[in-house]
Ligand binder design. Structure first.
Ligand code: C5P
Length: 386
C-alpha cells in the first residue's frame, strides 16, 4: 500500500486495518510528504513492519522497491495525490513509492484525494487517463466536504470501498475458463483501396478481453481493424471482414466457455470485390450489396443447451430495451447488452442495460472496464463452479 501526502493519509491507517481484517498481509510505502500527515510508527504498529519511506535508508540491504514489487499481489495507492499520480503516469521513480510502482506488474488501484479543482484540472485528467490506459483501476474520489472547507468531488473513497476494489483487482474467478470476445468494426472491401466500415473503435471489446484476462480467463480477442494495443495476457487474432471474423470464431467455438460478440459486424458486403481500383465515372453509381452471415445468430442456432454462454450487443438509436429483448429471442443468446449509439461510440465510458430472459439491469454510466466486469460477472454466474 502506497500512502502519498494528503490530509486523507490519516484514513490510510484505517485502510490497513480493513485489508488486514479481510485476511491480507500489508506492507506500506510512504512518500516523504505523507510522513508529515501521519506518523510512520502508526503503520509499524499496525503491520508489524516499518513503512519504507527513503530508498537511501542504510537499513535496506538490497533493492527494497524490487523486493516489495515481487512480494505483493496487488498495490493500492491511498490517498493518491495529484502529484504522485502525475509521477506514476510519467514513469518517474524518484522515491520509494513511485519506484515500487514502476517495478510492479500486477494490479494497481488508485484512491485519489485532492481538492476538486486539482481533480478537475486537465493535467490530472490526462494523468488519470494515462494510468487507466496502463491498466490501473480507480476508486473514488467521492463528493463531500473537503479539508479546505469547500464541498465537492475530491474526498478519498471510504476504506471498506477501497479494500473491496483491491480484492476485485486480484480476483481470479475466471481461471480455467476460455472467453472469446469479438471487437471492433469490420472492413468490407470494395476494391484494393476502399472498404465499407463503421465507427466502432473496439474499446468495449478490448475492455472485455482485458478484464477477462485480468480475472484469470484465457481471453481470445478476435479483432477487426483498430488502433488499440493488445491488452496484456490476451491472445489476439486480427481479422478484417465479417467473413474472416466468422471463420475465426467458428474455428474456436467448440473450445470456449463463453463468447461475447462486442464487434460491430457489417450486415452487408459488396457483391463483388474489384481486383483493380474502381474508376470514377461522371454519373451516379450504385453498389450492389449482399448479406453477411449473422455470426451471433449462427452461434445461437448451433449451440445445444447453454454452452458456451452467448452474449450479444444491441446498439440502437431508438426503443433500446425492447429491441434488445427481441434480439435476445431471435438470436437465441443468453444476454444482450443494450446501449444507445450516442452513449457508446468512441467514448471510454458506456451506459448499458443488461437484458436477459428473466432480468433487466440498467447500469449507470461507467468506465468501459467496469461495464466489462458487470458483463463478466453475469457470465461467471452461468459458468460451472470451478
Ligand atoms: O442485429 P444486430 O446487428 O443489431 O445485432 C448485434 C449483435 O449481433 C452484436 O452482438 C453483433 O456482434 C452481432 N452480429 C453478428 N453478425 C452480424 C451482425 C451482428 O454476430 N452480421
Amino acid at each position: 500500500m502506497g500512502v502519498s501526502g494528503g490530509i486523507a493519509a490519516y484514513k490510510a491507517a484505517l485502510l490497513v486495518r480493513e485489508l488486514m481484517r479481510r485476511g491480507h498481509e500489508v506492507r506500506v510505502v510512504m512518500t516523504e510528504a505523507a510522513t508529515r500527515f501521519v506518523g510512520p510508527i502508526t503503520f509499524t504498529g499496525l503491520t508489524g513492519a516499518p513503512p519504507v519511506v527513503d530508498l537511501w535508508d542504510a537499513r535496506y540491504a538490497g533493492e527494497v522497491h524490487v523486493e516489495l514489487a515481487e512480494w505483493a499481489d496487488a498495490m493500492v495507492v491511498a490517498p493518491a495525490t495529484a502529484h504522485t499520480m502525475a509521477r506514476a503516469a510519467g514513469g518517474i521513480a524518484n522515491d520509494a513509492l513511485t519506484a515500487t510502482l514502476l517495478c510492479f506488474d500486477g494490479p494497481v488501484v488508485f484512491a485519489p484525494a485532492m481538492h476538486t479543482r486539482m481533480w478537475k484540472h486537465p493535467a490530472t485528467a490526462r494523468n488519470v487517463a494515462q494510468l487507466r490506459a496502463d491498466g490501473a483501476a480507480f476508486v473514488g474520489p467521492t463528493e463531500g466536504p473537503l479539508a479546505s472547507g469547500d464541498v465537492g468531488l475530491g474526498r478519498m473513497a471510504e476504506p471498506d470501498v477501497i479494500a473491496a476494489a483491491v480484492e476485485a483487482s486480484v480476483r481470479s474467478d475466471l481461471a480455467g475458463f476460455t472467453v472469446l470476445v469479438s471487437a471492433g468494426g469490420t472492413h468490407e472491401d470494395l476494391d484494393p483501396v476502399r472498404f465499407l466500415g463503421n465507427r466502432s473503435t473496439g474499446k468495449m471489446g478490448y475492455a472485455l478481453a482485458e478484464r477477462a484476462a485480468a480475472r484469470g480467463a484465457h481471453a481470445v480477442l478476435v479483432s477487426g481493424p483498430t488502433s488499440l494495443a493488445t491488452p496484456s495476457g490476451v491472445e489476439r487474432i486480427d481479422v478484417r471482414s465479417a467473413l474472416e471474423m466468422e471463420a475465426a470464431i467458428l474455428e474456436r467455438r467448440g473450445s470456449v466457455d463463453a463468447i461475447v460478440m462486442a464487434a460491430a459486424v457489417a450486415d452487408y458486403r459488396p457483391a463483388e470485390l474489384a481486383t483493380d481500383k474502381l474508376k470514377k465515372t461522371d454519373g451516379p453509381r450504385s453498389l450492389e450489396l449482399v448479406r453477411n452471415p449473422d455470426i451471433l445468430a449462427g452461434l445461437g442456432a448451433w449451440r445445444e443447451g447453454s454452452h458456451p454462454v452467448l452474449v450479444g450487443f444491441a446498439l440502437e438509436t431508438q426503443d433500446v430495451v425492447p429491441n434488445a429483448r427481441a434480439k435476445l429471442a431471435r438470436k437465441r443468446v443468453d444476454l444482450v447488452v443494450a446501449n444507445h449509439a450516442t452513449d457508446a461510440f468512441g467514448k471510454s465510458t458506456n451506459r448499458v442495460t443488461l437484458v436477459a430472459a428473466d432480468s433487466e439491469t440498467a447500469l449507470p454510466e461507467l468506465d468501459k472496464r467496469d461495464v466489462a466486469d458487470a458483463i463478466l460477472d453475469w457470465v461467471r454466474a452461468r459458468l460451472p463452479a470451478s
